[in-house]
Each structure stands twice: as C-alpha cells, then as structure tokens.
Design a protein around this ligand. Structure first.
Ligand code: CP
Length: 306
C-alpha cells in the first residue's frame, strides 16, 4: 500500500517490517552523519490542521534525515481561513509536484477521504478520535527496546480512552502483536463494550491496573474533544487516576511509565514520576524519528502501487 491511514488495516507482518526498518534507522541516527540519501527525489508536505509539537517536528526531522524536500503547512495563517476546502488546498499543493502528504486533522477520517481523492501517498499524523498510527508504532518500538518483545508484555493504557486516537492505535497494534492490554480510567471515559470490540480487559481501579502491568501508557485528558463534562474536575480526576510516586513506590515491581505528550503535569502524571528513571517518555520521542523515517522510506518505495 502507498498510504498509512491507521494500524487497523496492517498485518502483524507489516508492523514487524516497520519496526525492524525503524531499528535500522535508529542505528543510522547514532552515527556522526545522520543523513541518508534515500528520499532525495521525494517532496513531502506536512499538512497540519491541528496543533502539534512532537509529531510535526519528528516528521520534519525524519524527512530531512532521509534527504527529502519538505514543505510545512499550518491551517492557521493559510487560506483555509478564507474558506478554501481541504481538497482544494491539497490539490493546489500537489500541483506544485508534491509526492507525499503527512496530515493531522481534527476530523476522524480526513486522511481516508484524501486518500480516495488524490494521487499522493497519505500518512495519518492523527485524525480526530480515530487513529495516530505513528504514535502507536513508536510506543511499540519503545516497549520492544525495553522488554525485548511485545508478545506477552502487559500494557495498561490509562486515562481518557474514549477520546484518544493514541489509545485506539495502541490497542490495534498491541493486540495484533500478542501483548496483553488493560484499559483503565473513569467509566465515563471508557467506551462501553470496548472489551467486546477488542481483545482488552477493562479495570476501573488504578492501583489494580498498575499492580498487573509491566508498562503504563498514561494519556492526557482530551478536553478539546469533550463536548460534555465527563468528570467533576481535573482535581477530582487527578485524585483518583493521577499517577504519583507514592502509588508507584507501593507496587511490588518497578513498572515503566510512558506518555505520548503533551503532559498535563499534576493531572494524569506528577512531575516526580514523569521525570523519574521509570519514565521512558523522552526515549519515546527520540524513537519517533526513526519510526517515521521507516514509514516514509517504506511508503516512498510503494508510491506507485495501488
Ligand atoms: N504525541 C503527540 O502527538 O504530540 P503532539 O500533539 O505534540 O504532536
């Protein structure tokens, strides 16, 4: 395929190929000269209709490390404010001979829509509450780096599961690759019947979830995606579901803490946990560049396929 729209449609073999290729690029990134010529003839636009720090910089860096030509587009400051549609915007950019589109959008399905209507490769950099496939790949890469395998590794995904594209992509990927998954959070933030739709277990008690897991992937409350109040206050949330050093120190084993960022410090995660040696949050960010290089490299090779 020439697109990466989500983890949902990938096979375990596809995921393994992406992760193995990322491992090779991580080795390249340890060298004094980090740049390779692989995408010298490829032009990529980073099309961001929603704010981003990590994903956007990580994609741009991955593109530069692969020697691609890159263009950065933010909806704010563009002619989107004059009413130009997504399709018109993209077709205008593509007429300038752009080969690949990395897109973040607040509407679930926006990259799938584009993929149906334009000839370029589309890479989903996060669409609404649907998927964030490169985040799940970099999370998986980071778990493998720490534990050697996904198979049998116990991962607790904690927090706002309902509004999280990171949670959904992680659940697809981890369950396809044989990890054991528990989702934990307030009942109002966990979709009903999630345990029937996916091979995951629901645990409402934070301490029980933490006692069970090897890795806790802690999510941000997505206030920007909630159109109703789903818990009484951030303070109440942090009292019941916030992770602090006291809770971690009470557990029998030393678990690993992950977070996709940005962190709401003092809400879902206290600073003495986020900045501790149990946290691999900045390693996740580092691994994101190698993972995105792998995605771009493999898709660029498949650009002319259907
Ligand atoms: N993890 C993540 O997607 O972060 P940004 O929103 O800053 O890109």
């Amino acid at each position: 395929t020439r697109h990466l729209l989500g983890i949902k449609d990938l096979t375990p073999a596809d995921i393994s190929l992406l992760l193995d290729t990322a491992k090779q690029f991580k080795e390249v990134l340890q060298r004094p000269i980090k740049k390779v010529p692989s995408l010298r003839d490829v032009t990529i636009v980073n099309l961001f209709y929603e704010n981003s720090t990590r994903t956007r910089i990580s994609f741009e860096l991955a593109e530069k490390r692969l020697s691609a030509d890159t263009i950065n587009f933010s909806a704010s400051g563009s002619s989107v404010s004059k009413g130009e549609t997504l399709l018109d915007t993209v077709n205008n950019i593509l007429s300038m001979k752009v080969d690949m589109v990395v897109m973040r959008h607040s509407a679930s399905g926006a990259p799938h829509f584009l993929a149906k209507h334009i000839p370029a490769s589309i890479i989903n950099a996060g669409d609404g509450i649907n998927e964030h496939p490169t985040q799940a790949l970099l999370d998986a890469f980071s778990i493998i780096e720490k534990f050697g395998t996904l198979n049998g590794t116990r991962v607790a995904i904690i927090g706002d599961i309902m509004h999280s594209r990171v949670a959904q992509s992680n659940i697809y990927l981890l369950t396809k690759m044989g990890a054991e998954v528990v989702v934990c959070g307030p009942p109002t933030l966990i979709p009903k019947y999630i345990d029937q739709a996916f091979n995951v277990r629901v645990e409402y008690n934070l301490t029980k979830a933490l006692e069970w897991c090897d890795v806790a992937n802690v999510l941000r409350i997505q206030l920007e995606r909630q159109n109703q109040v789903l818990f009484s206050s951030l303070r109440e949330y942090s009292l019941v579901y916030g992770i602090n050093k006291r809770i971690l120190d009470s557990l029998e084993k030393k678990i690993t803490i992950m977070h996709p960022g940005p962190i709401n410090r003092g809400v879902e995660l206290d600073s003495d946990v986020a900045d501790s040696d149990q946290s691999i949050i900045l390693q996740q960010v580092e691994n994101g560049v190698a993972v995105r290089m792998a995605v771009l490299y493999l898709l660029a090779g498949d650009r002319n396929s259907s």
